[in-house]
Ligand binder design. Sequence first.
Ligand code: SF4
Length: 479
Amino acid sequence: MARTQLQRARSGEVTPAMERVAERENRDSEFVRREVAEGRAVIPSNRAHGSLDPMVIGREFATKVNANIGNSDETGGPEAELEKLHAAVHYGADTVMDLSTGSDLDAIRERNVAHSPVPVGTVPIYEAVKRAGDPAEITRELLLEVIEKQARQGVDYMTIHAGVLMEHLPLTDGRTTGIVSRGGSILAQWMEERGAQNPLYAEFEAICEVFAEHDVTVSLGDGLRPGSLADASDEAQFAELETLGELTRVARDHGVQVMVEGPGHVPMDEIAGNVERQQAVCDGAPFYVLGPLVTDVAPGYDHITSAIGATEAARAGAAMLCYVTPKEHLGLPDAEDVREGLAAYRIAAHAADVADGLPGARDWDDALSTARYEFDWRRQFELALDPERARAYHDQTLPGDNYKEARFCSMCGVEFCSMRIDQDARESGEMETLDAETDLSASPAAEVNLPPVGTHDAEGVPDEIEIDGVTFTPESADD
Ligand code: SF4
């Protein structure tokens, strides 16, 4: 049987996937091997996923962002899902999870895998429910069949909610929002109706054998994650975490790569403690967190409430952030929501990487800041996290090509562009004279009252623009 990345790393082999990851992360390939061998990093890479460009998830590497896509009964077929996949990859998703629960599940999954350069994840219990018709009708055989089929289809990682146990369920009784994980609620219903232990837990070793055969990474789902601040860090959440620690060791014993999923909704001051606890209980397995949302009061803006928590989680050691879109709690995201969610999360991931001193992370910021100070607008757009949006916003008020060299923008306006004032002062060498006694009307800084010469004379410039109620024309540059 072919061996997994984990098994090969343990035997001292640097695989082509590890070489590629080292190149992408600008790290030594032996360092990558060691992190994978120790279980602190995973390279989700199903052998059947031919279009994959390997990537790594681990706290020593750049923080990654996952985008959830997928249809529901109400929306989307294979074509629409492929569009979402393209949107997710275009806007910077490092992995995608296909959470489809509607029709054409096999076609959607197979097409996604065939076209995706990033790892594809799934939650197989969703398909099991669709096929069984009712959660209580799911059998262990059906679960294994679905998992094996999806592994053969090339899925790189699967969320398995094997940590929700019968004995944990009473711990959720007093919760404000009960069990909010889809997988967790399905399995809780199954256990209650059947009076038997979670089948994913009972069959976990058999599942691991399937995963080892195809090198599917297991993502241990947190079926009891808190769905509100009131339920954060409670007994149910941490009881499940202990089981996830136990399952981490079982999976590794089978040579299966493991990451562990985390909450949910957590007050800011509890996030770092949550990450540290997961790292300790799960022997350093990469932590893959959903947000967490740091407040419950902002439906419509939960990409922001959660990106704040995600930044804090990544700072504390989370390795991958599952994005949240503005539609969270409200509806299925469309392509624009995917863009908004990914932008928020890429900011969170990068902010944490900069703060953590990840090698090279700050270079991006420094390059953009240099372009900004030099009024090199085109370079600034190129370097922007979302170049299309940066350019579009600039074009809203200053659409002409020549404004892409202008020494101001419409935010402060021509007169009050602080960077231009500063540049002029520096260039004049008279910065030291700008004190209380200085006659500003005679200082170089006073020149900012004039629009920048040479930037208003290109083709395609609108006849006039209005900034802060003041109308400028191309000619006014020469006044
Ligand atoms: S006008 Fe203001 S925002 Fe625009 S470039 Fe100058 S300092 Fe920056």
